[in-house]
Design a protein around this ligand. Structure first.
Ligand code: HEC
Length: 275
């Protein structure tokens, strides 16, 4: 009986090892809270509309059908009239026509499919929300923009007409042994400090904050809402997949439990005449 308990315990532990802890790492950046609400169907609908208008030129969601949106209160006609601009059908997957190799050539990186982004990015919806708010002017980059959340991003700031243009305010840090040891407002001050300290010290320019230098068509609060709606929508579409995974997990666990019991009785039956 003891052995059975052990086997069962192992099966249980294996089945319960959370499948969610696999979020990708990367350097830590401070994220802003998206505060999304997945029960807010209006936000999901607005996010879907923003997505097909501003994002789907480049990003697909190849595991999601347009039809999914009937579950947040849109009728098939709403979807057809407002969200589909091609000859696609409501039951079709949200794939796009841009070939990946072309995209990689144009942007230096292929726009990834966004079905599961909210799940696999560490930070999830907060990451997406912060990312959409963190584009800034950087003439050293091929597209003229960079992003504090996604360094050297290959995506243009597609929402700049709504948000406006943000310039970075830099600060200059002196680093020693991989740590920032001092921080300065001007490059000259940091350079002087580094020179004085001598060997092992170097200067690094970091973005301290972003400043809206040219307003867009929206106020900052309205633009926050746009970023939040998109984060809500992208989290929502990644969710059915997550629910699916959890459902599977429970069945696997039940199967293991039942199978362990069967295996135990089978063993007893087979070995009962063996001495
Ligand atoms: C002009 C093409 C284009 C458009 C339009 C576009 N993107 Fe992107 N996006 C890209 C490219 C290219 C990358 C990959 C960047 C890289 O790897 O450097 C990317 C990356 C991303 C990522 C990071 C994904 C990951 O897993 O790293 C997110 C999130 C994202 N885009 C969201 C959006 C949203 C939301 C919209 C609409 C508001 C949008 N994108 C519109 C080209 C585009």
């Amino acid at each position: 009986m003891k052995k059975l308990t052990v086997v069962f315990a192992i099966a249980l532990v294996l089945a319960l090892v959370p499948m969610t802890g696999m979020a990708a790492g990367g350097p830590k950046v401070e994220l802003q809270q998206a505060n999304i609400d997945l029960n807010n169907h209006a936000a999901i609908q607005r996010g879907a509309k923003l997505f097909v208008n501003y994002c789907m030129g480049c990003h697909s969601k190849q595991y999601v059908r347009y039809k999914l949106l009937t579950e947040v209160g849109l009728s098939e006609d709403d979807i057809k009239d407002n969200l589909i601009f091609t000859d696609r059908k409501v039951g079709d997957l949200m794939t796009i026509a841009m070939p990946e190799e072309d995209a990689a050539k144009w942007f230096g990186a292929a726009p990834p499919d966004l079905t599961l982004t909210a799940r696999i990015k560490s930070g999830g919806e907060d990451w997406i929300y912060s990312f959409l708010k963190s584009f800034y002017t950087d003439p050293s980059r091929p597209l003229g923009v960079n992003n504090t959340v996604f360094a050297n991003v290959g995506m243009p700031h597609v929402l700049y007409e709504l948000q406006g243009i943000q310039d970075p305010v830099y600060k200059y840090e002196a680093h020693h042994d991989g740590h920032a040891v001092a921080s300065f407002d001007t490059e000259a001050a940091a350079a002087a400090y580094v020179a004085e300290q001598g060997e092992g010290y170097r200067m690094e320019r970091v973005v301290e904050r972003l400043e809206l230098v040219k307003p867009g068509s929206m106020t900052p609060a309205e633009y926050d809402q746009v970023a939040r709606d998109l984060a809500t929508y992208l989290t929502y579409v990644s969710e059915p997949m997550k629910l699916e995974r959890q459902r599977m997990g429970i069945w696997v666990m039940l199967f293991l439990a039942v199978f362990t019991v069967i295996a135990y009785f089978m063993k007893k039956e087979w070995w009962k005449d063996v001495h």
